[in-house]
Design a binder for this molecule. Structure first.
Ligand SMILES: [Zn+2]
Ligand SMILES: [Zn+2]
Ligand SMILES: [Zn+2]
Length: 105
């Protein structure tokens, strides 16, 4: 995450999945991941299966807080299906994001 400090209001990237700013405490609005024909609840920040179970910090990459969902493209989210890094696993997670993105509109 990059953010500007010094005087100006900080700006954050916009999540492509939910459309929110990735500001601290703004968890992702997308709650489930579609993998194949199944829908899985995504792994939240601080969940037992998260990369940092029990953390009280905001995600270093997407700024989601404990108990919130990581944002699109976050490198710290685990896949709810295979538990590998969501960003690069073989479950074709990106398809599901695109799927949701279309249906959200
Ligand atoms: Zn999001
Ligand atoms: Zn994250
Ligand atoms: Zn996976």
């Amino acid at each position: 995450m990059k953010k500007t400090s010094k005087g100006k209001k900080a700006t954050y990237a916009i999540c492509e999945a939910c459309g929110k700013e990735m500001a601290p405490g703004n968890g992702c609005g997308l709650t489930h991941a579609r993998i194949g024909s199944e829908e899985y609840e995504r792994i939240k920040v601080g969940d037992d299966l998260d990369f940092e179970p029990g953390t009280y910090d905001f995600c270093h990459d997407c700024n989601a807080g404990p108990g919130q969902y990581h944002h699109y493209n976050c490198d710290a989210e685990r896949c709810p299906c295979c538990n590998e890094q969501f960003f690069g696993c073989d479950c074709k997670a990106f398809e599901l994001y695109c799927y949701r993105k279309k249906t959200l509109k």
